[in-house]
Design a protein around this ligand. Sequence first.
Ligand code: SAH
Length: 218
Amino acid sequence: MTVSGIGMTSQRARARMLERLKEQGIKDPVVLAAMNAVPRHPFLEESIQQRAYDDTPLPIGQGQTISSPYTVARSCELVFRGQTLDRVLEIGGGCGYQAAVLSKLAKEVLSLERIAKLVGRARLTLRELRINNVLIKNVDGTLGYRSAAPFDAIVVAAVMPYIPEELKLQLKPGGRLVAPVGAGESQRLIVVEAEPEGGFKERELEAVKFVPLLSGVS
Ligand code: SAH
């Protein structure tokens, strides 16, 4: 994997990706700037880097996939509220791409990934890109990370059967969580907002397709 690997082609491809994201309805200028700032090809094996800016999930090894650019931008837009977030939790770090995008929207990103091989590779790529405000931990993230809570935002990148109460409780008042909920072909994106006076407001959004959340580390 190389950062400069596909050179100018990737800059043009990234510009096209940005145009497509706008056509698909991504509006937040800060989220679009973050998508523009982070190259996507260094997170992929060289053999598929030329497809890095296509609007599609791609394999990252270990049977896992990097989410499509639209999915990443959409999740970011749903938790971002115009101001730099203080602390963000990502569950399902994979290759580290979404964590890298989140790193442009937040002071600190904590990303949890259960597969050690992916953690190792993600750390290398982030270092290569000089992204220093992402910490990746090789743990089962199903119940979040209580000792680092509360978070301004929690982004879940693998489908859960339901959102555990324990996760919601790790949000700051006013904070937002976005997660795919369901199973198999029947999944929807859910946004939970922690209300300042206590309690949670939930919104069910579009149908989505994510890999499953699994338990344990490997
Ligand atoms: N955001 C990632 C998407 C990766 S796909 C990216 O940008 O590449 C979802 C990831 O969730 C997979 O890597 C999978 O191993 C991980 N995952 C699944 N269950 C998990 C769990 N309980 N805890 C932490 N990570 C989990």
